[in-house]
Ligand binder design. Structure first.
Ligand code: 3PY
Ligand code: MG
Length: 252
C-alpha cells in the first residue's frame, strides 16, 4: 500500500484488529471497524491459506491494510502471504540475526533480499502492473520480526540492525511466559515493560517501527506511553464476547 510506510513512521498510533476466525465476510466487516488494518493470525488462529486469500482481498477492498502473522519464519510462508496481497507480514519467534536475515531475504526482492516472483492476487490488491509492483514492493510491503523470547531480547540490538527489516513486534504473552520462567502470562508485568523499553530503544536507534500485540485498551495505553505505535488493538473473538456481555448486562 502506498503511503503505509510513511504512516507507520509518523509515530501516531496505527491500530489494527486481530483475526483468529476465517471468512471473507467476517474480514470485510472487521475491515469496516474504525481501525487502520486487519491482521490474520495464521500462527494461532484458525485461518489457512485458502481462507486468507479472499480475506486479504476483502480487507484491501475497503482500503485497509491487510496484515498477516505467518505460521512460522518459513520463506515459503512469508512469500505466499505477500503474493496473496498482504501489505505487512509479521513473523513469530525471531531469535537470532540469522533468522532475521532469512526473514528479510524471503520478504524483499533483490537487491535487498531474494523474494521469488509470482502470484496474481498481489497485483489485483495493489491494482498495478507486474513492472510497477516490482518497482515499489520493497518499500510498500513491510516485514516485522517478533521479539518474544529471552534469546531475542538479548540480541535485540543486533536483530534490529538487520538491513531490510521494517519493524519489531513484541509478543507479550510469550515474552512474559519466558521472563517468568513459565509462571504466567502478564502483558504488563514490570519485567515485560522493562523489556519493551529495550525493544523500543532498539527500534529508535535503527529507524524501525515499534509494534506489539496489546488486545485491550489498558495494555495498549501503557505500550503507547512507551513509544509503541503499531498495535494489535482488538481481537475478533473477544469483541464478540464483550459485545454479548454488554448487550445482556443488567438484564440477566
Ligand atoms: C504473543 O503475545 O506471544 C503473541 O504472539 C501475540 O499474540
Ligand atoms: Mg507469541
Amino acid at each position: 500500500m502506498t503511503g503505509l510506510r510513511d504512516r507507520l513512521h509518523d509515530g501516531k498510533p496505527f491500530l489494527f484488529s486481530w483475526m483468529s476466525m476465517a471468512g471473507a465476510q467476517l474480514a470485510g466487516q472487521m475491515a469496516r471497524l474504525p481501525l487502520d488494518g486487519v491482521c490474520l493470525d495464521m500462527q494461532h488462529g484458525m485461518i489457512g491459506f485458502s481462507d486468507a486469500v479472499p480475506m486479504i482481498s476483502a480487507i484491501a477492498g475497503v482500503s485497509k491494510a491487510p496484515i498477516v502473522r505467518v505460521l512460522w519464519n518459513d520463506p515459503g510462508l512469508v512469500g505466499q502471504a505477500f503474493d496473496a496481497g498482504a501489505s505487512i507480514v509479521i513473523a513469530p519467534m525471531i531469535n537470532s540475526v540469522a533468522q532475521a536475515q532469512a526473514l528479510v531475504k524471503a520478504a524483499k526482492y533483490p537487491p535487498i533480499g531474494q523474494r521469488s516472483w509470482g502470484g496474481y492476487t498481489m497485483l489485483q490488491v495493489a491494482k498495478t502492473t507486474p513492472a510497477e509492483y516490482l518497482k515499489m514492493a520493497n518499500s510498500t510491503t513491510l516485514v516485522f520480526a517478533m521479539i518474544e523470547t529471552r534469546e531475542a531480547l538479548d540480541l535485540v540490538d543486533e536483530i534490529a540492525a538487520v538491513p531490510g527489516l521494517d519493524g519489531l513486534f513484541v509478543g507479550p504473552s510469550d515474552l512474559s511466559i519466558a521472563l517468568s520462567n513459565g509462571a504466567g502470562i502478564n502483558k504488563t508485568a514490570p519485567e515485560v515493560l522493562t523489556a519493551m523499553d529495550k525493544v523500543a530503544a532498539a527500534c529508535k536507534r535503527n529507524g524501525l517501527v515499534p509494534g506489539a500485540f496489546a488486545g485491550t485498551p489498558e495494555v495498549m495505553s501503557q505500550y503507547i506511553a512507551r513509544g509503541f505505535n503499531f498495535l494489535a488493538a482488538v481481537v475478533d473473538v473477544d469483541l464478540l464476547r464483550q459485545g454479548a456481555e454488554a448487550a445482556v448486562k443488567g438484564i440477566r
